[in-house]
Design a protein around this ligand. Structure first.
Ligand code: EPU
Length: 417
């Protein structure tokens, strides 16, 4: 078993370079199979979610060449066969293969996807997109057999702006006959990144990044090269680390506009930042003011930074509030923050944080990826030693976390027991 051991209260100074975005890369890789030639993608993060997707590619007989941050996917000899549940349940993004295979071969057989257990996470909107374009969905327990004689573009209204359903509908519509309109689409930068990639391959997608996306179907997609955008959630996590312990900590290789909801909140809290074209330099302020946070789809405050910023709110003077509107079960970190000395109470979808409180090192568990990030931040500011179990959740989404933090002065190590 792997555990993270952190000795807290060390100042962070120097530079952290942000990797490619997990939630973009995990959609780009399945999207690549829509072309029959090679797709080259740069700035792929080295995280275990990418390994799981490569396993699916290789299982489907695609040729994958990985060279550090570059991946070349040759889809010319893919065999479209049932993807076993043992692989699909490793991550949520496995279901991007549902839409890519359906879009390419008009047939797919696979199982309900995995992902962090932070809520029910149904896939009804994705299935609605498939059905609207003419596919027949047969569900047997966890298994989905989806077939279509023809995929024909249509009007798809999403009940909520779901990231996954927006990307899945784009992937299935790209080679459908005619025009598809997605209304109430999610606006996350990762969706723009995926649409740009597909357009580079010859797709005709407009409006990505707005709530209405138009896809004109094309017959063929060709070879292309593309780059993953910087990970705004990784960036945000380290910016919060800077707010907690930074002495001119530079978070580099980012798109600051993508985390404006965070930086404007940090300004309210009283954090001093220099925001450049592709970097932010942060220094810990002498004290923090309380704040209220409500998670929303982009450009609102991201649910994926809700748990990490909770650690900062434990250091703010007064009563801070966090309202989680996206997931029903994304407060599992609170139990462990309280074990470390925080004073947080949960009322339905709202957490009330009474601060400031001193955090003390103890044994805690990462119940999911961003809960793990929250506890790493807590360990970094806590007095004494913090041990975090279930580290695999964290390593799914943060490339070289230990090295990146060690380089700027943190005392953090991975231990095997
Ligand atoms: N929803 C439905 N039906 C659907 C789809 C979504 O009810 O068919 C609900 C979900 O249950 C949730 C809300 O809509 O309450 C939003 O879900 P969404 O589909 O937008 O999320 P996702 O595509 O499953 C992606 C990221 C998540 C991130 C969310 C929101 C990936 C692989 N995952 O999930 O990332 O929290 O968008 O921004 O892109 C993470 O990185 O830690 C993570 C969980």
């Amino acid at each position: 078993m792997k555990k993270l051991k952190i000795q807290g209260q060390n100042e962070l100074t120097g530079t952290i370079k942000i990797s490619g975005a997990k939630n973009s890369a995990v959609a780009l890789i399945p999207a690549a199979i829509l072309c029959d030639e090679t797709a080259t993608i740069f700035n792929i993060p080295n995280i275990s979610d990418i390994d799981a997707l490569n396993e699916i590619l290789e299982y489907l007989n695609a040729k994958v060449t990985r060279n550090n941050e570059q991946i070349i996917i040759d889809s010319s000899n893919i065999i479209n066969k049932e993807i076993p549940e043992s692989i699909s349940k490793k991550l949520r993004a496995s279901y991007y293969f549902m839409s890519a295979l359906l879009g390419k071969y008009k047939k797919v057989e696979m199982y309900f996807p995995g992902g962090c257990s932070i809520g029910a996470r149904p896939i009804d909107q994705t299935l609605k997109g498939f059905k609207t374009l003419g596919a027949k969905v047969v569900e047997e327990g966890n298994k989905y057999t989806i077939t279509a004689e023809k995929l024909i573009g249509d009007y798809v209204y999403l009940d909520m702006p779901s990231v996954g359903a927006t990307i899945n509908t784009i992937l299935v519509a790209v080679k459908a006959e005619g025009t598809t309109i997605i209304e109430n689409a999610a606006k996350e930068p990762e969706i723009v990144n995926v649409a740009t990639f597909l357009n580079n391959m010859g797709a005709k997608i407009t409006g990505a990044g707005t709530s209405q996306i138009k896809i004109e179907g094309v017959k063929k997609l060709h070879s292309c090269m593309h780059e993953v955008i910087p990970d705004r959630i990784e960036a945000g996590t380290y910016v919060i680390a800077g707010a907690l312990l930074g002495n001119k900590l530079k978070i580099d290789n980012i798109i600051p506009e993508h985390i404006e909801s965070l930086t404007s909140k940090l300004e309210e809290i009283g954090v001093d930042m220099e925001i450049g074209v592709d970097y932010i330099i942060i220094t810990k302020p002498p004290e923090y003011k309380k704040a209220s946070i409500k998670t929303l789809g982009y450009p609102g405050f991201p649910t994926d930074l809700q748990q990490p910023i909770t650690t900062l709110l434990t250091q703010c003077s007064g009563i801070s509030e966090i309202e989680e509107t996206i997931y029903e079960n994304r407060f599992q970190n609170v139990k462990y923050l309280n074990k470390m000395g925080a004073n947080i109470k949960i009322y339905d979808d709202t957490a009330i944080v009474n601060g400031p409180t001193e955090l003390k090192g103890t044994e805690v568990t990462a119940t999911d990826l961003r809960a793990g990030a929250c506890l790493v931040l807590a360990g970094l500011i806590a007095k004494g030693e913090t041990t975090i179990e279930n580290v695999d959740h964290i390593l799914r989404g943060y490339e070289n976390l230990i090295q990146k933090l060690t380089n700027v002065g943190a005392k953090i190590e991975l231990i095997e027991i």
